[in-house]
Design a protein around this ligand. Structure first.
Ligand SMILES: [Zn+2]
Ligand SMILES: [Zn+2]
Length: 420
């Protein structure tokens, strides 16, 4: 029992801290204990440490840690990818030779495939770039239409110096604008974007399958070992009902037997437990991405939608028909705002509403230039502010259409096969 508990506590604690550090900032965890722990871990504890270090070493330790941390957090480096790779390889090297002699033919065929798939998809995810370059920029501009909510035409990337295509985002770590940027993933040391999303999803699927299979196989092998130990085949030979080793056993004794099996077969036991506990993480991530595909969103866009939702609740958001606004806001030049017919997104699926967020919560102003002179006779040209009645307050997110949502199957097809 002691062995299981120790291994479980260590693995669970490490996974939990890693989980909080990596995912605590996701919009889904806003205003939850996970977000609180994330702040505690990455803000309050380092601050407290800084105060202590100030007194003891005059901030020497903090400065060198900050440099290392800055490199680890903001530069592109394969440290986490190598850790991920080692975790897989060490697990496989421990598990497979220790179990090989007990495996059947089909298992010996399935295992190499299950081991190879995540490595192959990891390689493809890490090496497939979705970066926007001067060479492909014009083509990138014509993939998705602007939705005039999350993505408006006329915004330029201050680093890359070109107009930002719809659904793109500049990644400070990759130091490039990324097509249909989903998120920067440190496990693959690359941005997940339009071109490698398919490999990223297949990586998640293959990892989940590997972990499920490893857990199930480890269970079967150790259970077989327990059966051998406590109910030798010689005893039940010839009897009609083969006795199970755990029959009529109390919980305490049952776990005690498992602890014995795990400590005797520690290579299989430890990997099985790691696989069992990592499985929910892989599946959770996969389920989240299936949800995003269903909703026609990227991780980046889901964060933006959450912001809009909060701003709508704060009564700061207005909408107007784009067709009506065109009188005063004509389209920008074609290289900054491609014409509808040049965008490859299905014809007719275009934004109808123009959304704005007003910091002061007041209706947008129509800056009308009137010659005051005609009214007052002093000849001065002045601005007069007139409320623009074409705008109406957005009461709920339901009023806003997501033009990137074509329905689950079309979204899936777009995510997987609409690649550069
Ligand atoms: Zn950029
Ligand atoms: Zn990136």
């Amino acid at each position: 029992m002691g062995v299981i508990r120790t291994i479980a506590v260590v693995i669970l604690s490490i996974s939990f801290v890693v989980f909080v550090a990596l995912f605590g900032r996701l919009p889904a965890f806003r205003r939850t204990p996970v977000a609180f722990l994330h702040r505690l871990l990455l803000k309050h504890i380092p601050n407290a440490f800084g105060v202590l270090d100030e007194r003891l070493t005059g901030r020497r330790v903090s400065r060198s840690l900050a440099r290392t941390g800055d490199y680890l957090m903001n530069e592109k480096h394969p440290l986490v990818l190598v850790f991920f790779l080692l975790l897989q390889i060490i697990g496989e090297v421990l598990f497979i030779p220790a179990s090989w002699d007990r495996l059947g033919v089909s298992q010996k065929i399935v295992i190499p495939c299950l081991v190879a798939a995540p490595l192959w998809f990891l390689y493809l995810s890490a090496t497939t770039s979705s970066n926007i370059t001067p060479a492909n920029h014009a083509a990138c501009m014509r993939i998705y239409p602007y939705d005039f909510a999350l993505f408006h035409p006329g915004y330029f990337c201050s680093t890359c110096h070109f107009a930002k295509p719809a659904r793109s985002k500049h990644c400070g770590i990759c130091k490039a604008c990324v097509q249909k940027q989903d998120h920067h993933c440190i496990w693959i040391n690359n941005c997940v974007g339009r071109n490698n999303y398919i490999w990223f999803i297949l990586l998640l699927v293959s990892i989940a399958m590997l972990l499920a299979y490893g857990t199930q196989l480890g269970y079967v092998l150790l259970d077989g070992r327990l059966q051998e130990r406590f109910v030798p085949a010689a005893l039940t030979r010839g009897s009609l009902t083969a006795k199970r080793w755990s029959t009529k056993m109390g919980w305490g004794e049952f776990w005690h037997c498992w602890a014995w099996a795990i400590s005797v077969e520690w290579r299989i036991g430890a990997v099985m437990m790691l696989a069992f506990m990592s499985f929910p993480l892989a599946v959770g991530f996969l389920v989240y991405h299936v949800y995003l595909i269903w909703a026609g969103m990227t991780t980046n866009e889901s964060g933006k939608w959450t912001d809009w939702k909060e701003d709508i609740e704060d009564e700061m958001v207005y909408k107007a028909r784009i067709s009506e606004l065109r009188e005063t806001y004509p389209p920008l030049p074609e290289d900054v705002e491609p014409r509808d017919q040049d965008v490859s997104w299905p014809a007719g699926v275009r934004a109808k509403w123009w959304l704005v967020r007003m910091e002061d919560g007041r209706k947008p102003i129509l800056r009308s230039r009137v010659k005051e002179g005609e009214e007052e006779g002093d000849g001065m040209e002045q601005h007069r502010e007139v409320v623009d009645e074409r705008w109406a307050k957005v009461e709920s997110l339901k009023e806003v259409e997501n033009v990137y949502d074509l329905g689950f199957w079309e979204n899936l097809k777009d995510s997987m096969f609409n690649r550069g």
